[in-house]
Design a protein around this ligand. Structure first.
Ligand SMILES: O=C(CO)COP(=O)(O)O
Length: 136
């Protein structure tokens, strides 16, 4: 299945993201993985997954993922946001979430929803995304 997953985590959520990726490595390894810069570095250090690292979030990484959403290259976003810390690039974050809604891309913004979505991905619930990709 040529679906791609974006993995993004704010600093205080990065340990959670690495643990999540470690736990679900056997599922995630079957997909193309795209990350913001520092998140990707941490995932590669903490798991055996290979990821495509874009720019760091505050330097435009969220916008790069957003651009891939526009071209239907991202099929699921796991974005572990820190709800308690203001981010300098809040506008980029909101833009990314908005684009998920525009392009019908599922986005999980906390661990509870991330676990549900990753299992859904594994059981084929997101296979309809291939039709969307093929019709773009
Ligand atoms: O800030 C981020 C998402 O908004 C994450 O960026 P990094 O993975 O580079 O820390």
């Amino acid at each position: 299945m040529n679906l791609n997953v974006a993995l993004i985590a704010h600093d205080r959520m990065k340990d959670q993201m690495v643990n999540f990726c470690f736990a679900y490595e056997s599922i995630l390894e079957k997909y193309g993985l795209y990350t913001t810069g520092t998140t990707g570095k941490r995932i590669e250090e903490g798991t055996s997954l290979k990821v495509n690292k874009l720019a760091s979030g505050p330097l435009g990484g969220d916008q790069q993922i957003g651009a891939m959403i526009v071209t239907e290259e991202i099929d699921l976003v796991i974005f572990l946001r820190d709800p308690l810390t203001p981010q300098p690039h809040e506008t980029d974050i909101l833009a990314l979430i908005r684009l998920c809604d525009v392009h019908a891309v599922p986005i999980a913004t906390n661990l509870a929803s991330a676990e549900i979505f990753i299992r859904a991905l594994d059981q084929g619930d997101l296979d309809w995304r291939t039709l969307r990709k093929n019709n773009k």
